[in-house]
Design a protein around this ligand. Structure first.
Ligand SMILES: [Zn+2]
Length: 176
């Protein structure tokens, strides 16, 4: 724990960071997948154990702040290539925050020797003194429910956006 759903929920909760024009369901879905993606290193857990070499083990380099920044840079470059972002800086901040939250939340997990947040620049694993995420209840209260509230109340207004800039999202240019 936290689960992939909990990590992806951060993408919904953090969506107000995005500039309104850039805040689309597609981007938030993408960010949610990116937030959960560091756990693909679970294969390293099978091969090396929970706290093996940082390049291969679970909660190693894929959970680091450096990978979050690199992932956000790649994401912004691809989005900018696909469609013009109104605020690449805010989109970068959003993606970096969402991806980096994965490692930060894992620091509060109930098992393991910590997270290599500073890899590849430093090898130590960091963990919080509190084991907050021990079972589903805490993550449901802290992450699932807030994300659900954001979706139901459409906080940020992303539910009504499909991904392509619409006429409604363009600044009005009335002559009056
Ligand atoms: Zn993880």
């Amino acid at each position: 724990m936290p689960s992939s759903i909990a990590h992806a929920a951060v993408a919904v909760i953090a969506n107000p960071v995005l500039e309104g024009h850039d805040r689309t369901r597609g981007l938030i879905w993408l960010a949610g997948a990116a937030a959960a993606a560091p756990d693909l290193d679970t294969v390293g857990w099978v091969l090396h154990g929970a706290d093996g070499p940082l390049s291969a083990a679970h909660r190693g380099v894929t959970h680091s702040l450096a990978v979050a920044v690199a992932g956000a840079l790649i994401g912004v470059a691809l989005l900018q290539w696909h469609r013009s972002l109104r605020s690449p800086a805010r989109t970068f901040a959003y993606l970096a925050l969402v991806i980096a939250s994965h490692g930060a939340l894992d620091c509060f997990a109930s098992y393991g020797a910590g997270v290599a947040l500073l890899a590849p620049f430093a090898g130590q694993r960091l963990k919080a003194p509190w084991r907050v995420f021990d079972g589903l209840l805490t993550e449901i209260v802290c992450l699932w429910l807030p994300a659900l509230i954001f979706i139901v109340l459409d906080i940020g207004g992303f539910r009504s956006r499909s991904g392509a800039p619409s006429a409604d999202s363009s600044p009005s240019r009335s002559a009056g």
